[in-house]
Write a protein that binds this ligand. Structure first.
Ligand code: UGA
Length: 429
């Protein structure tokens, strides 16, 4: 099938590449000329395991191309996905100006019937507006709108696309439904067909629910600390109940990234505007913010005065296997430490280039050992696999004091204490 994907951000680039891998002819469109030039030179703007190889393979097979020419892409495609950004405005609303822009552009360039599919995460009823704007700009050519939210996780996005738990298709015509089912058929995954509003809500509700799970276990972790319980064991015991499940019950310094913080905020705003205040989600946000403050307190409790102390930070990305630092808890913690006059050293396997721009006074190091050398304490902010394999005896000898504050619970507290570390994590004191 001939497909266009407008927007080559995370969702657009991964989805476009995977659709090409399934045998479709895909044109990825973006108005950022530099990005398109880079992609045409084989340079991938994000780090995502396996993506570079897949882009290369599909470009070679002539199934995947990149362009700034939306007119040409629309004319050549039957299904057009909108995957542009919906950043938060100051009041928490999603900024939908790029969606409107693209809808108008698609409408003006349609020559035959098209299905226009919303893949960006948008407030419920956005599709109604997409349809309205498209009709205003083209009242001659027949088209359908649809919603097909994406559930990719950064770091495992290709596997998530190729082996999804479910595919959600919000449609309002048989024609669009048939085309989209045909497109997804090779994945052999369960398909949930809904109306468009339901599909839009499924996305916001799913992300908000997962964020709620995280804040829930973090709140439980804080109780565990007070009474000598271990949140890891509590999560294990809860998670074995199939109705609860163990996933997303990892206590830590809280959720970050480009999705959960933005989507929880947007869902709160959507509910408010509809007159259905969602106080529970406000609490989810509050717990998440507090987790950072609590971790900071733990650093203070281990070192007392932070001024002129050297703190080593392991992990800057908001989670492992990505170079994404958007709303990464590590960024806030480093700023808080610098605010107290501490000298901050940091290392991340992939995310340092991005971090250098916003944290010019942090000393970025070549590896974890360089960070630990001479530091008064080591703080773990991202659970990269390589941190779990560190030579802890070596770390102990090179640290100025054997203090580790673990914001992601990657080590066994009993073992750490036995080794002579003053070790603090989340939910186990
Ligand atoms: C999230 C969703 O998981 C995807 O399904 C969705 O498609 C995506 O948002 C999106 O809307 O585009 P992502 O932000 O890539 O994916 O990452 P997650 O793996 O969900 O992690 C989000 C944050 O939660 C990270 O900071 C992670 O460290 C934190 N987290 C996750 C926890 O603190 N505890 C957990 O148990 C799980």
């Amino acid at each position: 099938m001939n497909i266009a994907i407008v927007g080559t951000g995370y969702v657009g680039l991964v989805s476009g590449t995977c659709f090409a891998e399934l045998g479709n002819t895909v044109i990825c469109v973006d108005n950022n000329e530099q990005k398109i030039a880079d992609l045409n030179n084989g340079k991938i703007p994000i780090y995502e395991p396996g993506l570079e190889e897949l882009v290369k393979k599909n470009r070679k097979k002539k199934r995947l191309s990149f362009t700034c020419n939306i007119k040409d892409a629309v004319k050549k495609s039957k299904v057009i996905f909108i995957a542009v950004g919906t950043p938060p405005k100051d009041n928490g609303d999603a900024d939908l100006r790029y969606i409107e822009d693209v809808s108008r552009n698609i409408a003006r360039n349609m020559n035959t019937y098209k299905v226009v599919v919303e893949k960006s995460t948008v407030p419920v009823e956005t599709n109604k507006w997409v349809k309205y704007i498209m009709r205003l700009n083209n009242n001659k050519i027949d088209f359908d709108v649809a919603s097909n939210p994406e559930f990719l996780k950064e770091g495992s996005a290709i596997a998530d696309f190729m082996h999804p738990d479910r595919i959600v298709l919000g449609v309002e015509s048989e024609k669009a439904k048939k085309l989209l089912i045909q497109l997804y058929k090779p994945l052999k995954a369960p398909i949930v067909i809904t109306n468009i509003q339901s599909a839009e809500i499924i996305k916001h509700a799913s992300n908000s629910f997962l964020a709620t799970k995280i804040s829930f276990i973090n709140a439980v972790a804080n109780i565990c600390e007070k009474v000598g319980a271990d949140v890891e064991q509590v999560a294990e015991g809860m998670g074995m109940d199939k109705r609860i499940g163990r996933n997303f019950l990892n206590a830590g310094v809280g959720y970050g990234g480009s999705c959960f913080p933005k989507d929880v905020k947007a869902f709160i705003r959507i509910a408010e505007k509809l007159g259905c205040g969602f106080e529970m989600l406000k609490e989810v946000e509050r717990v998440n913010e507090d987790q950072k403050k609590l971790l900071f307190k733990k650093i203070e409790q281990a070192l007392w005065i932070l001024n002129e102390k050297t703190i080593g930070i392991l992990g800057v990305a908001f989670k492992p296997d990505t170079d994404d630092i958007r709303s990464a808890p590590a960024i806030d913690i480093m700023k808080m430490l610098q605010g107290e006059g501490a000298h901050v050293k940091a290392y991340d396997p992939k995310a340092m280039e991005h971090a250098k721009d916003i944290l010019p006074n942090v000393e970025f190091c070549k590896n974890a050992y360089e960070v630990a050398k001479g530091a008064d304490a080591l703080v773990i902010m991202t659970e990269w696999p390589e941190f779990k394999k560190l030579n802890l005896s070596k770390i102990k000898t090179i640290l100025h004091h054997p203090i580790i504050i673990d914001g992601r619970n990657i080590f066994n507290p009993a073992k750490m204490k036995k080794m002579g570390f003053k070790y603090t994590n989340v939910g186990n004191l």
